[in-house]
Write a protein that binds this ligand. Sequence first.
Ligand SMILES: C[S@@+](CC[C@H](N)C(=O)[O-])C[C@H]1O[C@@H](n2cnc3c(N)ncnc32)[C@H](O)[C@@H]1O
Length: 233
Amino acid sequence: MTAAIVPAPGIPRKGPLWGSTYWLFNLGAEVYAWFTSSAAWRASCARLAARLADLDSAWIADLGCGPGVSTFQLARQLPTARLVGLDLAPRMLREARRAASRESARITWVQADAASLPFQKASLDACTGHSFLYLVANRAGVLSEVRRVLRPGGRLVLMEPNDEPATVARTLRVSRDPRHLVSISLWRPFSRLHGRFTIGTLSATLAASGFVKCRVEATFGGLGLLAQAEAPA
Ligand SMILES: C[S@@+](CC[C@H](N)C(=O)[O-])C[C@H]1O[C@@H](n2cnc3c(N)ncnc32)[C@H](O)[C@@H]1O
């Protein structure tokens, strides 16, 4: 494994993806990397990674990895895991490479669309997405791809924005770090625009795509939802 960025074939330079949020994340990669480097965001990534702590030498793809905060946290907590950080936005992946750490040697960065994953059928033990699925227009298409690449019983763990109201008090209770406050003040309206989840709708979305053992609970001081599900055995 190297820390190179591997472009998957067929990344479109025009077409429907350009109507997605992809270009915005690409342009804002440096700013995004700054405000998600807060301890609060990292702690949220840590809670997601903890859901995979029992897997040994697992192949894991972190979908929509952005500047790699979530992927590096997985690497720190899962010392035997082999990780792929996958994102559509090349500038996000450049930020991830720039943030090289002790864990970098175990991470491969791949530029690809999650709706067309560059992995073989049943080749991964787990997929993660931290603040990812809500952005995707074709959620069923992405989840069907995740099911294809997960081995039977393979795990999907997601952290997504919660549709519950986020009061100022609730936000401050998580952290008073200015980076956290900036991230939440952008995350809330942005996720409202794209469609947040409730415990019920996230659970139903995963079940409708054929995932089993779906469990969803509030996390991140109630601002987010942590979901775990499995590909059928
Ligand atoms: C809100 S960021 C989350 C980044 C990181 N996981 C974190 O928690 O900070 C969402 C990322 O998903 C990426 N993304 C959006 N649609 C995608 C798609 N169809 N395939 C792959 N990545 C996508 C965006 O480029 C962006 O970097």
